[in-house]
Design a protein around this ligand. Sequence first.
Ligand code: SF4
Length: 333
Amino acid sequence: MKAIGITTTVPSEVLIAAGYKVVDLNNVFITSEDYDKYIDLAEREGFPKSSCAWIKGIYGVCRKNGISEVIGVMEGDCSNTRALIEVLKSEGIKVNTFSYPHDHTLADIKKSIDAFMNAFKVTPGQVEAVRNELLYVRMLARKIDELTYMDSKATGFENHLYQVSLSDFNGNFSGYAKELEGAIGEMEKRPAMDIKLRLGYIGVPPITCDIYNYVEGFGARFVYNEVQREFAFPRAAEAGDIYSQYMDYTYPYDLEFRLEEIKKQAGIRKLDGIIHYTQAFCHRSIEDVVIKKELDIPVLTLEGDKLNRLDARTKLRLEAFMDMLLDLKEVGN
Ligand code: SF4
């Protein structure tokens, strides 16, 4: 099976129907023990120090792992992808494109997905058949999310990991379904954790994954991972077809649309506070201005760069934030 690299979530139903193994280049980068070798390679090739570590990591993965074909998302994801795609093309990597239309109308989304299907020579019927098969895996991820915020059994990191991996189903959706079934079986046997603080995580997935264990050391838990949950398409079963499914995906569209879902989940999950993670040199960091204005619960903004673990200053800020949230909770009780 031929591998195809993706730089963010795209309608993978189309690629699977076309017979590809989908590889999320972000996941290869961040799960590598020496992830920094990918960043070093990109910087040696001329990527600026003042550019996003994820972009450099994706470039490094393509170069070091012999990726020969990728999908570049030209609209709705990352302003740096266009430049990255130019570099990859110049190095002989085959680039296909996909766009999340800025207008966010069903007609435009249909046009975009139909063009994607045509490029990969698959029919809507074939794509719907794959979408129906994937629904089972998506429902398993939804169950893990419920085991986090309803049953207090899955950890914040498990919630992050099992949902973020649905961007490519770890390369094999049947194998991944079995992995999720096993994880759910094990989680269900655990006692529920006593959670002192219920945190939400919003923004791009962290480069510093130790954030999850760090907060749990203080009795807090992330019971909502915004973008990771969107990658898993928790509302896919309610969508009538592939077009509605990708219409209802919040991450690539405007902030107002994203915030509607964040506010809804903050209420359902009874969040005490939110961490807004931003990546150094990412245009999305600017959205923090609106996020802080719009959310009526405390928000702490953290920025990561190349280091894949929390530094001492960030730990201190997190600790102070959690102390403040606990004080607020006590006053409220
Ligand atoms: S963190 Fe921002 S700049 Fe970096 S890849 Fe993601 S969207 Fe692009």
